[in-house]
Design a protein. Structure first.
Length: 298
């Protein structure tokens, strides 16, 4: 074979094919697009055991913080803040393996193995009316750059929480805020005769098992399910929350008014072991009713 007829093909690791022909000219063609790696930024979450606590109680509320490092580095410290004031700083953490970062272009992430780091603390201070804010910040190391599609090291600048850059270190990687509300409970139930403030106070004082107590959001609409066999249906909430003006069932709706399906039965002062002399409004049906679901609307 003459030199004029000879051809040499070379395949490189970049899938770039070069052909050397007899006239010593090199023609190259790229068979793929060069690609840069993506990154999984770290994740932090903060979770209270309870979202609502009763005013005046000293219930221990466990607050848990979890930091998943992903393509960032391990934590050095985890701080917890209560109403923007430093509450506690941890330097030791529980460690749990989590799903590793997927490989890219056939190369494993240099930031594996992946871990979630957790801390928790109990806040047992006396609960007051309103919201308490909790936040967490993490000081963590930087992660390692990954390989690009040509097996070269990603040379882009480090950055925080950017999926298109190696993950930089941080001294204050912050969670979203979470809120725990101190509330007065609302009560509801059924009765064979219309309820009075005195009869409800007796149920509260005796922790009667027929009394339904709910720690939740009183300020907006409240939906209650009643199990009843021709009984009066009633509901009571503290007056610090919005008054309810309408009722809605699966089949009808109307205003809360004297002589209507549901009417107000006056305002009464209640007390329990955590608080005293708090004014409540009572709502109840004007006639005995069977099981029903009622939404009380503001």
């Amino acid at each position: 074979m003459s030199l004029q007829d000879s051809k040499l093909s070379v395949n490189t690791s970049d899938n770039i094919t070069s052909r050397v022909s007899s006239n010593i000219k090199i023609r190259s063609s790229v068979d793929h697009k060069f690609q840069l790696p993506s990154y999984d930024p770290p994740v932090i979450n903060i979770d209270p055991l309870y979202s609502f606590l009763e005013v005046g109680s000293s219930t221990q509320n466990e607050i848990t913080v979890g930091y998943s490092k992903n393509d960032a580095g391990a934590p050095l410290s985890i701080a917890l803040l209560k109403d923007d004031t430093l509450f506690q700083t941890f330097y030791e953490f529980g460690t749990d393996p989590i799903e590793d970062i997927p490989s890219q272009f056939g190369f494993d992430s240099p930031n594996n193995p992946n871990f979630k780091y957790e801390v928790s603390f109990n806040d047992s201070t006396e609960v007051t009316l309103g919201e308490t804010k909790y936040t967490s910040t993490v000081e963590h190391l930087r992660g390692d750059p990954k390989s690009n599609s040509s097996h070269g090291l990603d040379a882009r600048s480090f950055d925080r929480k950017n999926p298109n850059a190696p993950q930089d270190a941080s001294s204050d990687f912050a969670s979203d805020d979470v809120f725990v509300a101190g509330v007065y409970p609302y009560y509801y139930g059924t009765a064979s005769i219309p309820v009075t403030g005195q009869s409800i106070q007796s149920l509260i004082s005796n922790s009667d098992p027929s009394l339904n107590l709910v720690l939740g959001d009183n300020s907006a609409d409240v939906t209650l399910s009643y199990e009843s066999n021709a009984e009066y249906l009633w509901f009571a909430h503290a007056n610090v929350y919005d008054q309810k003006k309408k009722w809605v069932t699966n089949s009808s709706e109307g205003d809360i008014e004297d002589g209507g399906f549901i009417e107000k039965s006056g305002e009464h002062s209640f007390s329990n072991s955590n608080w005293s002399n708090v004014d409540y409004t009572i709502y109840q049906t004007t006639q005995p009713e069977n099981s029903n679901e009622i939404t009380y609307q503001v």
